[in-house]
Design a protein around this ligand. Structure first.
Ligand SMILES: [Zn+2]
Ligand SMILES: [Zn+2]
Length: 171
């Protein structure tokens, strides 16, 4: 089973929790052999200290957005680039290191209690099943680009946004 995919493998092999993983190409997510679903594509990432690791199953369903609102700027230290991931596709290990800060009535922001890394922006609204995952967590190329800049009216005066992506003063 590993043979066919293995021929394109760049050689990296990782064993973790009984799952064997290897990277097919530099531009593709990691391929993991899972017990329930066989081979699946996974993006993997971690916080700075490695205490929190994430896996996102499958291709990204959305492009990342960069939020320049005051909350995101203060919490991230600059602005927050994050991608919405369906919670059913997101696996987090090292939960015990994730601290949640209630930043508004319906939103909590997760960060690593050991290294301080910005991790998640998580709305808690009935029926809403997406969590924004900070792009800085992902290891290696993601194959995606920032699709939109939001709340640009709140951005700092010390940088310009000139990547050509659309800009909005709200969401
Ligand atoms: Zn950490
Ligand atoms: Zn924001």
């Amino acid at each position: 089973m590993k043979q066919g995919l293995g021929s394109k493998c760049n050689g990296e092999t990782v064993m973790r929790d009984g799952l064997e993983a290897f990277t097919v190409t530099r531009l593709r997510p990691t391929v993991l052999l899972t017990e329930k679903r066989g081979w699946v594509f996974m993006f993997k990432g971690s916080c700075l200290c490695g205490g929190v690791t994430i896996h996102v199953e499958g291709e990204f369903e959305h492009a990342p957005e960069a939020c320049h609102c005051t909350q995101c700027r203060k919490q991230s230290g600059h602005f927050l680039s994050a991608v919405n991931v369906h919670r059913s596709k997101l696996t987090v290990t090292g939960d015990e290191h994730v601290t949640w800060y209630q930043s508004s009535d319906n939103v909590r922001r997760g960060f690593c209690s050991q290294c301080g890394a910005t991790l998640f922006w998580k709305p808690e609204i009935d029926g809403y099943e997406w969590t924004a995952v900070a792009m800085g967590l992902f290891d290696g190329p993601t194959g995606t680009r920032i699709a939109k800049h939001t709340f640009v009216g709140d951005k700092g005066d010390y940088y310009d946004i000139n990547d050509g992506a659309p800009q909005s003063d709200a969401f």
